[in-house]
Design a binder for this molecule. Structure first.
Ligand code: NAD
Ligand code: ZN
Ligand code: ZN
Length: 340
């Protein structure tokens, strides 16, 4: 099978022939139909984070495909089922977090396209207990962005606690952000989109954003507080930029919640007095559980959320990474795999 492999951090991925893996007991083999390219894949290939993947590895955690083979003892799925292999590849199922519905922070979790090979390949292995079940009527390429960008923003919006009729500010209107705007509108929120690119902001308006701010031309906090009379009840930072994180706190209304989902390497300064005196909550959010996944996909199946996708073949991966790094991907690139 053809696969795009990270052989060395910070270097181009290598396209090469790899052996189709054989599913062991309790595993399934998925034949990839489509796989979205997330900014996280770029962080992974750069070795940006403290916990680094072991080299070499195949990235890709928005993989959609059909079950092609099953190892012993698998009964949850059957051959031909369409499934998604997400970032939360598996978890232990027994720790206090798994038991409490917080499997996303399980210490035993494996991550697709990071600690386990992912979907930048014609086949990949998966744990049938953790795959996404793709609703009928949702095409593979349309479903792909929903299993990371979709679930992450859907969950992140819920984590802000913003209620219908209240304001949410979404910083970053790219792969994650363009879906966040749609989820937030579908959830009855007023949406302010913030980006540094006029094209992304024009698109945000087309997707239903009520107000947009270009963070490259001034302080988004001041503009947002004026428009909303005090700031957003919920703020979701998807931008892979430390500047956006600092601005996020400045956009948050008194007693509001600023949810961090973007993952640029590094740290950002927190204006302590403002956070304390305004009773602001700053909260991290990491993808979502299997229940969040089913809910996030249901919005897609109902036509309430639709990913904007640009289809590309696997060999284009290095030029796609180059564009992603420079903010030149309008929404989401999805790698499309030939049917046979
Ligand atoms: P993307 O490149 O598609 O989109 C990023 C957007 O942010 C672009 O539109 C860009 O113009 C905009 N941007 C850049 N600097 C900005 C700034 N200062 N202010 C406002 N907007 C700015 O990336 P993506 O695929 O949407 O991923 C975004 C981030 O989210 C990455 O760091 C990724 O690793 C992270 N992520 C986190 C989770 C999680 O579970 N927490 C899940 C998926 C992705
Ligand atoms: Zn992702
Ligand atoms: Zn666990």
């Amino acid at each position: 099978m053809q696969a795009a492999v990270v052989v060395e951090f910070q270097k181009a991925l290598v396209l090469r022939e790899a052996v189709i893996p054989t599913p062991g007991a309790g595993q399934i083999l998925v034949k990839t139909e489509a796989c979205g390219v997330c900014h996280t894949d770029l962080h992974a290939a750069h070795g940006d984070w403290p916990l680094k993947p072991a080299l070499p590895f195949i990235p890709g955690h928005e993989a959609i495909g059909v079950v092609a083979a099953m190892g012993a003892g698998v009964s949850l799925v059957k051959e031909g089922d369409r499934v998604g292999v997400p970032w939360l590849y598996s978890a232990c199922g027994h720790c206090e977090y798994c038991l409490a519905g917080w499997e996303t922070v399980c210490a035993g979790a494996q991550f697709g396209g990071y600690t386990q090979n992912g979907g930048f390949a014609e086949y990949l292995l998966a744990d049938p207990n953790y795959v996404a079940h793709i609703p009928a009527g949702l095409a593979a390429a349309e479903a792909a962005p929903l299993i990371c960008a979709g679930i992450t923003t859907y969950k992140g919006i819920k984590e802000t606690g913003a209620k219908p009729g209240q304001w949410i500010a979404i910083s970053g209107a790219g792969g994650l952000g363009h879906l966040a705007i749609q989820y937030a509108k579908a959830m009855g929120l007023l949406v302010c989109a913030i980006d540094v690119d006029e094209g992304k902001l024009a698109h945000a308006t087309r997707l239903g954003a009520d107000f947009v701010i270009n963070a490259a031309t001034g302080d988004p906090g001041a503009a947002l507080k004026k428009e909303t009379r005090g700031g957003a009840h919920g703020v979701l930072i998807t931008a892979p930029s430390l500047a956006a994180f600092k601005q996020g706190v400045g956009m948050t209304r008194k007693r509001g919640t600023c949810v961090l989902v973007g993952l640029p390497p590094g740290e950002f300064p927190v204006p302590l007095f403002d956070v304390v005196a305004n009773c602001i909550t700053i909260r991290g959010s990491f993808v979502g559980t299997r229940l969040d996944m089913a809910e996030a996909l249901a919005f897609g199946a109902a036509g309430k959320v639709k990913a904007d996708i640009e289809l590309q073949p696997l060999p284009a991966i290095n030029s796609i990474f180059g564009r992603l790094e420079h903010g030149d991907v309008p929404s989401r690139v999805v790698l499309e795999f030939p049917a046979s």
